[in-house]
Design a protein. Sequence first.
Length: 718
Amino acid sequence: MEQTSAFTLTMRLDNVGVITIDVPGEKMNTLKAEFAAEIRSVLQRACANPQLAGLVIISGKPDSFIAGADIAMIAACRSAQQAEQLALQGQKVMADIAALPVPVVAAIHGACLGGGLELALACDRRVCTLDEKTRLGLPEVQLGLLPGSGGTQRLPRLTGAPVALDMILSGKTLRARQALKCGLVDDAVPHAILLETAVKSALKAREARKPLPLRERLLTGPVGRALLFNMAERRAQARARGNYPAVDKILKVVRQGLEQGGSRGYEAEARAFGELAMTPESAALRGLFFATTALKKDPGAEGEPRAVRSIGVLGGGLMGGGIACVTATRAGLPVRIKDINAQGINHAMKTSWQVLSKAVRRRHLTEAGRQQQMALITGSTDYQGFSQRDVIIEAVFEDLALKQKMVGEIEAHCGPQTIFASNTSSLPIADIAARAQRPENVIGLHYFSPPEKMPLVEVIPHAGSSEVTVATVVALAKKQGKTAIVVADKAGFYVNRILAPYVIEAMHCLLAGEPIDAIDEALVNFGFPVGPVQLLDEVGIDIGTHMMPVMEKAWGERFALPSALDAVLNDNRKGRKNGRGFYLYGKRWGAKKKADAEIYRLLKLTPKSCLSAQDIATRCVMMMLNEAARTLDEQVIRSARDGDIAAVFGIGFPPFLGGPFRYMDRVGIAQVVRTLEQLEQRFGSRFAPCERLKIMMEAQKTFCEPDVTLDNSDDPAR
């Protein structure tokens, strides 16, 4: 019999009712507006039993409880009032659960996020599994929203305001033991006994909540509460820089509920939810969510991916070690590292050991688990053990002859179907494959540094790469936990292509006398995680500038690094890795960096702020936007969607702006063109708007489908 309802009720002999949530046809449970009637119906059926002793709510999905609410419901709202009604409806359902006359226990395994956690909070008790897949959190802030079904009111009363504010403002998720420690769940048990533990909990009479610790009680008074919220606001706004309206709303709504009572708090929550749903920031963040969800289902090519059972990595440096780490620890695949000496292999293995040891210290992994994962990584100074490897990822120096030599050696020592994936950041893949016997097996796989942290990878087929090769590499990247974007084999590919003009423009500002820290501060205020000058230090000045001549040769003078910067390179300044770049870095890890005044002497200039932060940001960002439009026109990227995701995940383009293409839509293509033309008049032809933008302006086109009508009158680029 085909399942039609997402909620089924089973009565046990001990008179505990088990409500199983299993949304038909979906891999994970999500809450939809139409479920409200189903939930009320199943609750009424349960309560019709006069012998009912308690209820347990559990998921029928193997790996998740409830992953959240269906975001499409919010996208369908066309006014703040509609979104507010959505929140009120969610609150009413949770209130119905909370008001039941018998104990209700949430039995949680897997993802319990957003609306899923709000449902669990409405229950009397929560029991979760100790499984690694179990995560609890309220991530709505990451969509520019706040929890709208009572989460801002129930969580502070359960865990105390400090824990609740930290969770809601950051959107972070907790593992089982963390949730147990802070009082979010009442018990954490092995998966095999989850249901029975929840049933036993339900059979207990409703108990009074444990009193909050003394520190929490002190913070409930007027003085303590004021101190708490002031500290929380400072910390949150230090990260948000005023760019995320949800932060301010969360603080106000939580405080209102604590000070004025639950009913006022719930009203404020629903109203704030409705207002936030209509903001351009939330529209942009939701757009990214939908785009990344769609990308996860994109195979990258029409070919059927081959099974990948083991990997080889050439080179044990920073990149090779990081690639080996994500292959073993996330993809769970055996990986063999080849380096010219044992020291390189040990260096690469140390990366994985440090990552896994951090997980052990945080109690996310056992020591036995660390040994098990480390056993997947082996090394050799020759090609012993490489013959059966399915994919070889090359991470050696950026030297064409060396990479071509590596291709030849892999073809000699590995099977005829072995894929050779080069981690080049600038060399054309076609050139790397030029002498290959099997060029269809050669492809680019560009990771970003450090690979164990950065979420993006560019997949770069050359004209001769087979569809099967593309599909196999995309599937491998996803196994490694990466977001994979397929890009064309053109100089700079996509991310470095749009990043280079942005960084170069920051250098032009510096050479005009703008202080280093003023430039970086302007772009951090705009929304980037770090400024362009610091970014060059983080990447490595030597590495960051190495690819510029390749792109200048291909794309012209806008990629020309000012010759005055040779003085910095010649002074052995490599950035953070050798402790001196545009900034000086303390020897102690975590020591505060400071701009090095010696840079100004090397560049023969006297620093003086003449430009406003907005002017600096506009100059740098407009160079990036113009280049992004060119890459789409030249089919370097397959869609504006891919370009937005790659910019956000690859270089930290402000997520609340949605990516370069969504941001240009928000500002207005005509306004982007006008701004570029004004900058061209002042600073030269590098700012000339590309043809794609001018054609779109004339045709009044946009890059993306509009979500809602947005007011961009106060946009920083205007």
